[in-house]
Design a protein around this ligand. Structure first.
Ligand SMILES: Cc1ncc(COP(=O)(O)O)c(C=O)c1O
Length: 394
């Protein structure tokens, strides 16, 4: 008997994406992840990676990874709580705790699992989470998994957040959570004001600093350091996958928080630990932040040059305060067209539409790095000028 395909509806969904101009082919990187790279056989100025500091190819990370493979092999063969905690995992956690000036750190396999695993394990269905509407998907998923009541406040609207918490019983456990840097708009969470709300109402305060790690604060310590709100944020999330050049996420906080997550965070309990090469590369990345802060200065100089260049060309770059600069065009099909035509002109800037951003807010997102040369950035600005004019965007 022939069986009809029970997954046929997925093809229908894909057809709809194609009709809406939202269907994407995965671009394939054929070289190292660099400021100038080859994707789909084409050499392009790369404005799409999160490799803010160029650490994916930094000699110290490369060497540390190779040394670790020689010493420990390719994998760990176990989850952390059974047999997969190596001395380098603990060294990384100690190093990050000292860097973040917190009692302790636990490292997860990714920033996604750090967020989702933490929120889901510290809350129950009796609790409430108060979350910015543009918080990252991993926070949203963690909130759902926790089965806590989710109250979403309008983006960066501190008064709205305050009203939400005021209406809740004082005895109820509450988590107030925001991104430090919002990944699609590049703006900053209003940390000092949200910390004040948390302090007034006894909320646990949590900040996801994925895009701030290595970018904001002294030596890239993040937005907690940038805003000088040390001691006022109970749970700091960082990622090791973006500016840090490798892979992973971490939670920085008290020793009790970290030990609780060792016992209860499901990605920590049920998914194999980082390969030694990854842990070693991350240790080297922290050293680079401490020893070569001039890389971060170059990132910011490039950011100011490129952002002001896009603005001078008349593009709508939204409210960005970071190296993430969107070029907002509204219509998803137009954003994809802009991205495709830029690619043909030698510039890779990914088009982004729903559900990653709200409908009607489609954009091309650019991220400059410390390793872009001025010539590369000027080349990209010229391409934006030409393609933007052709498409009537500026
Ligand atoms: C705000 C934010 N949080 C968390 C993550 C997840 O980090 P990772 O890539 O390490 O899983 C991302 C990545 O896109 C992000 O933008």
């Amino acid at each position: 008997m022939t069986r009809s395909d029970p997954l046929a509806y997925l093809s229908t969904e894909l057809e709809t994406l194609k009709q809406q101009g939202l269907y994407r082919h995965l671009r394939v990187l054929e070289t190292e992840q660099r400021a100038h790279a080859t994707y789909d056989h084409r050499s392009v100025v790369n404005l799409s990676s999160n490799n803010y500091l160029g650490l994916t190819t930094h000699p110290k990370l490369r060497q540390a990874a190779m040394d670790a493979i020689r010493k420990y092999g390719a994998g760990t063969g176990s989850v952390r709580p059974i047999a997969g905690t190596m001395d380098i995992h603990l060294e990384l956690e100690r190093k990050l705790a000292a860097f973040k000036q917190t009692e302790a750190v636990v490292v997860f396999q990714s920033g996604f699992t750090a967020n989702a695993g933490t929120v889901a394990s510290i809350l129950t269905d009796r609790d409430v989470v108060i979350s910015d509407e543009l918080n990252h998907a991993s926070i949203v998923d963690g909130c759902r998994l926790s089965r806590a009541t989710i109250k979403v406040f309008p983006h960066k609207d501190v008064d709205a957040a305050r009203r939400v918490v005021r209406d809740l019983p004082a005895s109820q456990r509450k988590l107030l959570i925001t991104d430090g840097v919002f990944s699609m708009d590049g703006d900053l969470g209003p940390l000092p004001d949200l910390c004040a709300v948390a302090e007034e109402s006894g909320c646990i305060m949590m900040v996801d600093d994925a895009h701030a790690s290595g970018v904001f604060g002294r030596n890239g310590r993040g937005t907690i350091d940038h805003f000088q709100v040390h001691g006022r944020v109970d749970i700091q999330v960082g990622t090791l996958s973006k500016a840090m050049g490798a892979l992973g996420g971490y939670i920085a906080g008290t020793r009790a928080l970290v030990e609780f997550l060792y016992h209860r965070a499901r990605p920590f309990l049920f998914s194999t630990s980082h390969p030694p090469a990854v842990a070693a590369a991350c240790i080297a990345a922290v050293d680079v932040l401490l020893e070569e802060p001039e890389i971060i200065e170059r990132l910011w100089a490039n950011t100011h040059f490129f952002k002001s260049g896009l603005q001078a060309l008349g593009f709508n770059t939204g409210v960005s305060e970071s190296p993430i600069t969107p070029v907002i065009v509204g219509d998803a099909a137009l954003a994809m067209k802009l991205s495709d035509q830029l690619f043909d002109a030698g510039v890779f800037a990914q088009g982004i539409g729903f559900p990653t951003v709200a409908r009607g807010k489609a954009r091309v997102r650019t991220i400059v790095t410390a390793t872009h040369t001025r010539d590369e950035l000027q080349f990209a600005l010229d391409a934006f000028a030409t393609v933007g004019r052709q498409l009537g965007i500026r």
